[in-house]
Design a protein around this ligand. Structure first.
Ligand code: IMP
Length: 428
């Protein structure tokens, strides 16, 4: 296979970063196709920790071309900040292409994100506060600016003027401060010279790569349950993290994605508001949070923690065509006497094994659990699948049986070396 997509199968933070780094080192091109700096993962290289928000994981490898594709929302100032941060840490060469079609996220999007969350009060989404939703709204409203507008100053000025007339009226309605066009233009002029040479038609570039059979990795951001259409609406992000959205977000045909690696944690977490049937509010939940370091990379918020939800995973597999699974953080469950997995839900006396579309129904479901025996051994140094304790293998089998997909990789610790590879994907 010459292309591979990585998709988070839960509510984000599944540990995609680690597997993305693994595959990025074998790729010729690494692509981010949706979302913006609401995403975040840290990479440890030669003992140094780097935080990536917008940049693809291939950025550390001079031979990899990194693409910020059409479906993204890009805050130019945040991108420069991220690049400068990496420069200070010694990264000197940025092999980066930025789509001229990608949406430009500007300070008023952030102001509206905050003002709206405040106005929603208890009904707030719990966003990352990075302006993601308001920027995608402007795209759908055909108002927003695109990265390509940085190439034409007259057009940039005109588009910003008509956009701001509306945005400042909106901010006023929220009782928030208006934003100044001069300030935004000043900010953009400071970053423009650096960004312009990187802005291009990335769709044409990627089409050529696919034609030439280049190894292209589509790295995922967020998780399937945060999909705007198929997730736990309205407690979702404003794009689709599904692999099936990659073609439209990159300007490629459906056939461009050869395989989809679904990445899941051995348990469930989510940040922000919204239903979470298997959430734990007890000591076991606290224990998993601490052992798994379950605190947000972008916002540092403690993540909500719960048992593995196979109903969610089955639903996600069916909507996104997952072909392989990467199971993360299996070591975190070690030491528990028993582990529960949710196999379906009870609602109004009925049993279902899928996610109901309506959040108010989903909030009322009662999870049906199967209890599995735990394992006491430390598995963090095991490299061969066969050497895992029988109960850990049993846990993996349970997932494979429910999803009807092979678990190709099992992560047993944060280090790259702590990965059990059962099936080589994306090989030369
Ligand atoms: P937004 O994307 O900032 O609008 O946030 C909408 C919802 O998606 C909130 O619940 C966020 O916590 C969640 N979210 C957005 N990006 C991520 C991510 O990268 N990991 C986990 N949750 C995320």
């Amino acid at each position: 296979m010459s292309t591979l997509a990585i998709e988070g199968m839960q509510w984000g933070d599944e540990g995609k970063g680690k597997l993305t780094d693994y595959f990025a080192s074998r790729a010729e091109v690494v692509v981010r196709s949706q979302g913006g700096n609401n995403a975040g993962h840290s990479i440890v290289r030669d003992g140094k920790r780097y935080a990536l928000r917008l940049l693809p994981s291939g950025i550390f490898n001079e031979n990899v071309i990194n693409v910020l594709a059409d479906g993204m929302v890009i805050n130019p100032m945040a991108l420069i900040e991220e690049i400068n941060g990496l420069k200070e840490q010694g990264v000197t060469k940025f092999n980066l292409l930025i789509s001229n079609r990608a949406s430009m996220l500007l300070p008023y999007h952030i102001a509206i994100d905050h003002a709206r969350e405040k106005m929603l009060g208890n009904a707030k989404i719990g966003t990352t506060g990075r302006g993601i939703g308001p920027c995608y709204e402007d795209k759908a409203a055909r108002l927003g600016l695109r990265m390509g507008d940085l190439l034409d100053l007259k057009q940039l000025d005109e588009r910003l003027s008509s956009e701001l007339a509306i945005k400042n009226a909106e901010l006023k309605a929220y009782g928030a401060e208006p934003v100044s066009k001069e300030e935004i233009m000043k900010g953009l002029m400071e970053v423009r010279d650096y960004l312009v040479p990187h802005i291009t038609d990335t769709s044409l570039f990627l089409q050529k790569c696919i034609k030439e059979n280049k190894k292209v990795l589509f790295e995922g951001a967020q998780g399937a349950m945060l999909c705007l259409t198929h997730g736990t609406y309205p407690y979702v992000t404003s794009s689709s993290p599904l692999a099936t959205a990659i073609p439209v977000n990159t300007g490629l045909p459906l056939t461009a994605v050869n395989a989809v690696l679904g990445v899941m944690k051995a348990y469930t977490t989510r940040v922000g508001e919204g239903p979470f049937p298997t959430e734990l509010h007890d000591e076991i939940g606290d224990q998993i949070r601490e052992k798994g370091h379950e605190y947000g990379t972008v916002t540092k918020r403690p993540r909500r923690v719960g048992w593995l939800d196979l109903a969610v995973l089955k639903y996600v597999k069916n909507i996104s065509g997952i072909t392989h699974v990467g199971l993360m953080l299996l070591d975190v469950l070690g030491g528990l006497d028993e582990i529960k997995v949710c196999t379906g839900y009870k609602i109004n006396g009925e049993t279902i094994d899928y996610m109901p579309c309506d959040v108010s129904t989903y909030t009322k479901v009662e999870p049906i659990y199967k209890t599995l025996p735990g394992w006491k051994e430390d598995i963090s140094n095991i490299l061969n699948y066969e050497d895992l304790p029988e109960n850990a293998k049993n846990y993996v089998r349970e997932i494979e049986k429910a999803l009807e997909v092979n678990v190709s990789m099992v992560s047993v610790g944060p280090d790259h070396s702590q990965t059990i590879i059962r099936e080589e994907l994306f090989r030369d």
